[in-house]
Design a protein around this ligand. Structure first.
Ligand code: XMP
Length: 512
C-alpha cells in the first residue's frame, strides 16, 4: 500500500466527515483536520490533496475562518467546496458578493467537460447539483477559468489547472448531487494522482495502531450490548489491546432468541477478559406487576447500570471506558459536547458510576456501513455485523403490559420465525427494522374443532434512513402469509397475526 492521504480541512460545515467518507469510498485514505492546523503539520503528513469544506460564514466577515495564502503555494492540489470555494476565490484576489438570488437544494448545473474535475465519461454536461449558499463568486481570481454555472450562479465551479486548484460552489459529497462521487474520484485520482489502493483491511491496521498509541498498557472497559457498534468496537479493541480489554455483557434476558449465546460465542473465545452477567431473574423480579411502558424502561435502565456497576467495581480503577459511538451519533448529539451526551444514551449514564480516567470512542469517525465493513474485516460473523437496530430495553418493550416468562418465550419464538422468513425472502437488508410485538389483546379463534382465546401478535417492518421518520415496509402478502401460518401453527397461545401499517410519525417504530 502506498499510504496515500487526502486531508479535509474543516471550516465548520455539516458535511465534513461525509466528504472524508466519500474520499475513502474512492479508495483513498482521508482524515479531517481543523482549518487552524499549522501548514508545517499539514505538509508533514505529505497529503496528495487537500479539500476545503463548506461552512456557515461569509468570507468578508472579520471573524470568519480564513487561511494563509501559503497553502496555495505548496503545489498540493486543492479542492474548495462551498465556503471553501469562496475562500479560495477571496484569498487569491477574486470577489465574493451576496447572491442576488440565493440557491438552496437541487439546482440544474452546466459543466465544462474539458475540466478534469468533470471529465469522467459518465458525467453529462448538464445535471443537478446540491446548492446551499447566500454568497457567490462574482469575479474569479487571476489565472482561474469558470468551469460550471447555473441560471443564478455564474461561477458554480472554477479552476486554475496549472496550479491544480479547483473549487465548486455546490456539494459533490451529498447524494443529491448527480455524479458527485465521480467528481471526487476525478479529483483524488486524476488531479491528485492517488492510485486508490486504500481498503478497510488497511484501515484495521491504522485503527489498531491508533488505539495502541492512546491506550498503551492501560486497562480498557467496554459495556458490550451485542449490537453492531459495541460488537465491532469490542472486536477492534480485542485486536489492539488483548487481555487489557474487559467486556461486560449484561444479559437482561430480553434479547432475541439465541442472541445472548451468539454474543458469547463471538467473544468468549477471544483473548480478552469477557464477562457475561445473566441477570434475567433480577430483571424479571423488578418488573413483576409493572405494565406502564415508561416505568419498564426506567427499571430496566437502572437495573442495567446496577448490574454493570457491581461487576465493574470488582475491577477497581480502569484507565479507559470504551464506547461504540459512531459518527451519526456524534452529529445527532450536536458536535462539541457529543461524547458526553452519547455516553449517557449508550450505556445509561455509566460514566457517573464507574471509576475510569478517560473515554475512548474508536469508531467515532465512521459511518454505519463502514462500521459493518470493519466488523467483517475483523472477522465478526455476518449475522452480528448485519444485526438490525435493537432497543436497549429489548423485548421488554415489545411485550405490551406485564411481562411474564411465558410471554417472553412466545415473543422470542414468533420473532424468530418472522426474521427467518424475511431472510429467506431476501428482504433482511432492505427492510431496516422488522420485529414482532406481543399485544396484550386476546381474541376468539378456532383450532381443530375447538374454540381458542389467545393473543394477537403484531408484526412491524419499517423502511427509513434515519429512524426519525419511517414508512411501513411493503412486505409481499405471500411472505406475510407464510409468516402468519407458521406463527399460529408453531407458537403456542397465538391465534391471530396482524401487520402494522402505520408510518412514523404519527406512530413510533417501537410500540412502547
Ligand atoms: P422509536 O420507537 O422512538 O424508535 O420510533 C426509533 C429507533 O430507536 C430505537 N429505540 C431505542 N434504542 N434504546 C435504544 O438504544 C432505547 O431505549 C430505544 N427505544 C427505541 C428503535 O428500535 C428504533 O430503531
Amino acid at each position: 500500500m502506498k499510504n496515500q492521504l487526502v486531508l479535509v480541512l474543516d471550516f465548520g460545515g455539516q458535511y465534513n466527515q461525509l466528504i472524508a467518507r466519500r474520499v475513502r469510498e474512492c479508495g483513498v485514505y482521508c482524515e479531517v483536520l481543523p482549518y487552524t492546523t499549522p501548514i508545517r503539520e499539514i505538509t508533514a503528513r505529505k497529503p496528495m490533496g487537500i479539500i476545503f469544506t463548506g461552512g456557515p460564514n461569509s468570507v468578508y466577515e472579520k471573524t470568519s475562518p480564513h487561511i494563509s495564502k501559503e497553502i496555495f503555494e505548496l503545489g498540493i492540489p486543492i479542492l474548495g467546496i462551498c465556503y471553501g470555494c469562496q475562500l479560495m476565490a477571496y484569498t487569491l484576489g477574486g470577489t465574493v458578493s451576496t447572491c442576488i438570488t440565493s440557491e438552496y437544494g437541487k439546482t440544474e448545473t452546466f459543466y465544462d467537460k474539458s475540466c478534469s474535475l468533470f471529465g469522467a465519461d459518465a458525467l453529462p454536461e448538464t445535471g443537478f447539483s446540491w446548492m446551499s449558499h447566500t454568497d457567490y463568486i462574482s469575479q474569479v481570481p487571476e489565472g482561474f477559468v469558470i468551469t460550471a454555472h447555473t441560471d443564478n450562479c455564474p461561477v458554480a465551479a472554477m479552476a486554475d489547472p496549472e496550479k491544480k486548484l479547483y473549487a465548486v460552489q455546490f456539494h459533490p459529497e451529498v447524494n443529491h448531487t448527480e455524479h458527485g462521487l465521480s467528481m471526487l474520484n476525478c479529483f483524488v485520482k486524476d488531479i491528485c494522482g492517488c492510485c486508490g489502493d486504500w481498503t478497510m483491511e488497511n484501515y484495521v491496521k491504522i485503527a489498531i495502531e491508533q488505539v495502541r498509541q492512546t491506550v498503551g498498557d492501560g486497562k480498557v472497559l467496554l459495556a458490550l450490548s451485542g449490537g453492531v457498534d459495541s460488537s465491532v468496537c469490542a472486536a477492534l479493541l480485542s485486536r489492539a489491546v488483548g487481555k487489557n480489554l474487559t467486556c461486560i455483557f449484561v444479559d437482561h434476558g430480553f434479547l432475541r432468541k439465541n442472541e445472548g449465546d451468539e454474543v458469547e460465542a463471538a467473544f468468549a473465545g477471544q483473548d480478552i477478559h469477557f464477562i457475561r452477567i445473566n441477570a434475567k431473574d433480577a430483571f424479571m423480579e423488578k418488573l413483576s406487576g409493572v405494565s406502564d411502558p415508561e416505568k419498564k424502561r426506567k427499571i430496566i435502565g437502572e437495573e442495567f447500570i446496577r448490574a454493570f456497576e457491581r461487576e465493574a467495581k470488582k475491577l477497581g480503577t480502569v484507565d479507559f471506558l470504551a464506547q461504540g459511538t459512531i459518527y451519526p451519533d456524534v452529529i445527532e448529539s450536536g458536535c462539541g459536547n457529543a461524547a458526553v451526551i452519547k455516553s449517557h444514551h449508550n450505556v445509561g449514564g455509566l460514566p457517573d458510576y464507574v471509576d475510569f480516567q478517560e473515554i475512548i470512542e474508536p469508531l467515532r469517525l465512521l459511518f454505519k456501513d463502514e462500521v459493518r465493513q470493519l466488523g467483517i474485516e475483523l472477522g465478526l460473523p455476518e449475522h452480528l455485523v448485519w444485526r438490525q437496530p435493537f432497543p436497549g430495553p429489548g423485548l421488554a418493550i415489545r411485550i405490551i403490559g406485564e411481562i411474564t416468562e411465558d410471554k417472553l418465550e412466545i415473543l422470542q419464538d414468533a420473532d424468530w420465525i418472522f426474521r427467518e422468513e424475511i431472510a429467506k425472502a431476501g428482504l433482511d437488508r432492505s427492510i431496516h427494522q422488522y420485529f414482532a410485538v406481543l399485544t396484550n389483546m386476546r381474541s376468539v379463534g378456532v383450532m381443530g374443532d375447538g374454540r381458542t382465546y389467545d393473543y394477537t401478535l403484531a408484526l412491524r417492518g419499517v423502511t427509513t434512513t434515519d429512524f426519525m421518520t419511517a414508512d411501513f415496509a411493503r412486505i409481499p402478502y405471500e411472505v406475510l402469509e407464510v409468516v402468519s401460518a407458521r406463527i399460529v401453527n408453531e407458537v403456542k397461545n397465538i391465534n391471530r397475526v396482524v401487520y402494522d401499517v402505520t408510518t412514523k410519525p404519527p406512530a413510533t417504530i417501537e410500540w412502547e
